[in-house]
Design a protein around this ligand. Structure first.
Ligand code: FES
Length: 141
């Protein structure tokens, strides 16, 4: 199936929902690895909204990218509870371990506030991180 055909299917699946844009974008990102300009236009047409509205949402959320990025992603929570538990002190070594090979994304709360600092790789959550554990996670991502 073509990219256009698959996006049309995804739009149709979510068409009856209230607020279909975010679920559509999540599905397109998951299946195609990005939400590129053509996808933005097609989604805008399907929802009868402007491409600028779609672009605004795609660029606002870290979950979406305009181009495919084959690197593994490590999401690190830098919200208040994880900050209070020392995540900022881990960031320099995390960045060094990631280099250009791994993408580090900042997220704001992974729902494990009492056991931070926390990170997510794919569907796996990692809690109670210290510098050594986070560096190992990044190196193995
Ligand atoms: Fe980090 Fe909630 S603040 S998991």
């Amino acid at each position: 199936m073509t990219q256009e055909g698959r996006i049309a299917e995804i739009c149709e699946i979510h068409a009856g929902r209230e607020g279909p844009l975010l679920p559509i974008l999540h599905d397109v990102q998951a299946e195609l690895g990005c939400v590129d300009a053509a996808a933005e236009m097609q989604i805008a047409n399907a929802l009868n909204i402007s491409r600028a509205e779609v672009r605004g949402v795609v660029s606002f959320y870290h979950d979406f990218s305009a181009e495919p990025d084959p690197r593994p992603v490590v999401q690190i929570c830098r919200a208040e509870a994880c900050k209070a538990r020392g995540v900022e002190a881990l960031m320099p070594s995390a960045s060094a371990a990631a280099g250009e090979r791994v993408r580090i994304d900042t997220v704001y709360c992974l729902g494990l506030c009492s056991v931070g600092p926390n990170a997510r790789i794919g569907d796996d959550l990692h809690a109670r991180l210290n510098g050594e554990r986070l560096t190992r996670l990044i190196e193995n991502a």
